[in-house]
Design a protein around this ligand. Structure first.
Ligand code: PMP
Length: 400
């Protein structure tokens, strides 16, 4: 039987970047203890209070169909949260509830791109980005944020890509960033906002790590002058509340944009489970102290890793200002991120993600997820540094 070009072309061919992860999982199944520093999932489970709330709301009868665009109680809380944190007046009519940030990325691209349009995104990128853009028939085009710029995207590169042709509709950005841990500066975001306004682009802003910022406050580009009308913010309970499996996220934008995406929800998801939405509202009511408690281990472990890597040059950490990762430059070893990660796994049973899993810009790097207990992490990082030091050839300076 024939399958659609859209579905068969979704991954874009080639490796999906998860080879090391699969190999590590297989080693575990074969009985080898592997320290997994691969995926962005907390080492704690969803808090017992939230599990109790799920149970309570299910028993209270929230098990039927829901309003397709989201339960008013949850939309109200998300609107209040964004108003408080960004200063942009946000009402429930500006909010759509979706199945996780991933559902939001899909809905947002559907709202602004037609088949054949070009959608920009920043490389290094979260692995699903190009495939998500392809689901709506749009053409993904990467803009590299390079190590020599501290992985901050350069607005002139974005403008150049727009000028090079195609019908470019949107730019997807992510701060705090997965995989680099970098937080975009105000200067970067001002530059991005200006390009979007000049070129008539939608800005899709993935802010799922907004509660994990280690220096200063989270800055949402929707709050920049003139940007509320052309920005769609993608948010989620996954990272902020350790609720990855509950699949609750949101898109925030203009009322008109939300109306369109609500139609999409009616014809795709048909709404999100009511008891999960009510438990998410309960979780938001736990306030910022709870969010800080969930984020705290990542802040602590980030400090630990940065400190542990001081005093040597073989494995150079990129200063991480947010999210649950530290990106490490291992170009001194002369190996690709893939080969280094493979050797680290074979020799020391430590699994990290090769930078190449996230595009071209992070080649020669590996991403360390801060998602295991501190002592395990320390042991694994010591092995990473030892391997890099052993392989580093003093004559090879990383090409920047
Ligand atoms: N965006 C980024 C940058 C992510 O890292 C993730 C998950 N790892 C998501 C979106 C999707 O998360 P979820 O669908 O669980 O909200």
């Amino acid at each position: 039987m024939r399958y659609s070009k859209t579905i068969t072309g979704l991954t874009g061919g080639g490796s999906d970047g998860w080879d090391i992860y699969r190999k590590a999982r297989q080693m575990e199944r074969d009985g080898t203890a592997v320290t997994m520093l691969t995926i962005g999932e907390h080492d704690i489970r969803t808090d017992a209070q939230i599990i109790d709330a799920l149970h309570r709301f299910a028993h209270a009868g929230h098990t039927g169909y829901t309003t397709f665009d989201g339960e008013p109680e949850l939309k109200e809380r998300i609107a209040a949260r964004l108003t408080d944190r960004t200063g942009v007046a946000t009402t429930p009519e500006n909010v759509l509830i979706v199945p996780g940030g991933q559902g939001g990325l899909y809905a947002a691209h559907h709202a602004v791109c037609d088949p054949g349009d070009t959608a920009l995104y920043i490389d290094p990128y979260y692995t699903t980005y190009p495939g998500t853009i392809r689901t709506v028939g749009a053409i993904p085009r990467a803009i590299e944020a390079r190590p020599r710029h501290g992985f901050q995207p350069q607005p002139e590169d974005i403008a150049k890509a727009v000028d090079e042709g195609g019908t470019v509709r949107s730019l997807l950005v992510n701060t705090p960033n997965n995989p680099t841990g970098v937080v975009y500066t105000r200067e970067t975001l001002d530059g991005i906002a200006k390009v979007c306004a000049d070129k008539g682009l939608w800005l899709l802003s993935d802010e799922v790590y907004d509660t994990q910022v280690w220096n200063g406050d989270h800055l949402s580009p929707r709050a920049l002058p003139g940007m509320a009308e052309r920005t769609l913010v993608i948010g989620s309970m996954s990272k902020s509340h350790a609720m990855t499996g509950s699949r609750v996220g949101w898109v925030v934008g203009t009322e008109e944009a939300i109306e369109h995406m609500a139609n999409l929800a009616t014809h795709t998801t048909y709404g999100i489970s009511g008891y999960i939405q009510h438990a998410a509202a309960f979780a938001l009511d736990l306030g910022t102290a709870f969010e800080a408690q969930i984020a705290e281990p990542f802040r602590r472990r980030r400090d630990l890793v940065m400190k542990q890597m001081e005093g040597q040059n073989a494995a150079r950490p990129i200063p991480a200002d947010g999210a649950m990762y530290v990106m490490v430059d291992i170009r001194s070893t002369g190996l690709s991120g893939e080969d280094f990660a493979d050797r680290l796994l074979d020799r020391h049973h430590v699994a990290v993600m090769p930078g190449e899993s996230f595009g071209h810009a992070a080649a020669g790097h590996v991403r360390v997820a801060l998602t295991v207990a501190d002592d395990l992490l320390e042991g694994a990082v010591a092995k990473l540094v030892a391997l890099a030091s052993e392989l580093a050839t003093e004559t090879v300076e990383p090409a920047r």
